[in-house]
Design a protein around this ligand. Structure first.
Ligand code: SF4
Length: 410
């Protein structure tokens, strides 16, 4: 198993503020246009200029992807200096970048402390596929939920990410993948969708996005803004473990595609696998799905179903799943369980996964089996956990042994 570690260029690293140092300047990334106008008002930009200045900033930040005010050559030196004194557009530190044997990349990003807090770290994963590239974005540091199959669920919630920190994950990925137009070229057009590396976003990284609704909403509205990062809302998927009261708002206020971490078809089992089910059981969850704004055959809900050997992978489970989803335009993603040290489950046998998929497929639902990606760098689904709780070497060896022994497809 080969894992290459691509270290961040020393020159750029040196240019970054020392890790862990608080910066009194406020981040501009993550502010909407009204927020940027307020920021400009704070440094004395006259009202009549603000709209135009906001447009300029928006373009530099989200079309050109600059991370230094000095690159904004159509803004006067005086204004750039004033902006730099009060605000920051610097990227977070890339504490580690790993590239999997299958091309998946995982970044460990370190965000500076906010106020009296400590620096925090999150993981972001890029999965290249034929004709598209998906970025799996985190919404929280750790998670309050304790889904029993999920590695992140063993890390206590440290805090919610801000809208800027959520967007920073996309900006860093696009920097590292060369997905912004060259800052030295003056035309600065939006990179056409066909030529992009990051074509899709899934809010499926660390955390429950609907427990951080406002920040996630703001970040996704900026990511999908047609004059900036320009990602289509149909290429953004928000995955929830089932925070029922926020599901309708997600469709109404953000308008992105919805995915549900389902994993079980009976309340008793789902209570164990996805404990939020005790609060919002299956019936309430599916009712919220049926009412999801914009739901149609063209805008189906994705139900994620992790395949756990002897737990939820029988044909009876497949039949019950089909019954449960009746009437909901849906696609079912079957996810072979990705092992992590200390996990108490095993991945279903391949034959069991195929039989399950076939039954669901015959009932009329697309049921792709997700190819595990980036398992060798713990970047696969359910394996994320940040640097503050990184694996000890012994755990890594144990993980490798598990993978070699159990799951040849990794
Ligand atoms: S699956 Fe999602 S909601 Fe559940 S513990 Fe993991 S990160 Fe949290």
């Amino acid at each position: 198993m080969s894992v290459s570690i691509d270290t961040f260029e020393p020159a750029r690293r040196a240019a970054l503020r020392p890790a862990g140092t608080a910066d009194a300047r406020r981040p501009l990334i993550g502010l909407d246009r009204a927020g940027l106008a307020e920021a400009l008002a704070e440094i004395g930009v006259p009202e009549r200029q603000r709209r135009m200045r906001v447009q300029q900033l928006w373009h530099w930040l989200y079309v050109r992807g600059v991370s230094d005010f000095s690159a904004m050559f159509n803004i006067s030196r005086e204004l750039r200096t004033a902006l730099d004194a009060r605000f920051t557009i610097a990227r977070p530190e890339i504490a580690e970048e790993q590239v999997s044997a299958d091309g998946t990349r995982k970044w460990l990003l370190r965000f500076p402390p906010r106020g009296a807090g400590r620096p925090v770290e999150v993981e972001t994963v890029y999965i290249p596929e034929d004709g598209r590239g998906t970025l799996c974005v985190s919404s929280q540091v750790g998670c309050t939920l304790t889904c029993s199959f999920c590695h992140t669920g063993t890390q206590k919630l440290v805090r919610n990410l801000t809208a800027g920190e959520i967007l920073d994950q996309l900006l860093v990925a696009r920097d590292r993948l060369g997905d912004f137009p060259d800052a030295a070229t003056p035309d600065g057009a939006i990179v056409p969708a066909a030529g992009r590396k990051v074509t899709n976003i899934v809010m499926m990284g660390m955390g429950e996005p609907l427990y951080n609704f406002d920040n996630v909403k703001q970040a996704l509205l900026i990511a999908s803004d047609g004059e900036g990062l320009s990602l289509s809302k149909r290429r953004i998927t928000l995955s929830t473990s089932g925070v029922v009261p926020e599901i309708y708002r997600t469709g109404e206020e953000i308008g992105v595609m919805l995915a549900i971490s389902l994993h079980a078809v009976r309340d008793e089992l789902r209570d164990e696998l996805v404990p939020i089910n005790k609060k919002y059981p299956l019936e309430a969850l599916l009712e919220a799905c049926r009412a999801y704004p914009g739901l149609s055959n063209a805008r189906r809900i994705t139900f994620e179903y992790v395949m756990l050997k002897g737990v939820n992978d029988s044909l009876d489970d497949a039949r019950a799943l089909v019954r449960l989803l009746r009437g909901i335009p849906a696609k079912i993603n079957l996810i072979p369980f990705n092992p992590w040290p200390g996990s108490r489950y095993e991945c279903s046998d391949w034959e069991a996964i195929e039989a399950f998929a076939e039954h669901v497929n015959r009932a009329g639902y697309a049921s792709p089996i997700r190819t595990p990606r980036g398992r060798d760098i713990l970047a696969a689904c359910g394996q994320l956990k940040s640097e503050s709780e990184r694996l000890r070497k012994a755990d890594r060896l144990a993980l490798e042994a598990m993978m070699i022994a159990g799951h040849g497809e990794a």
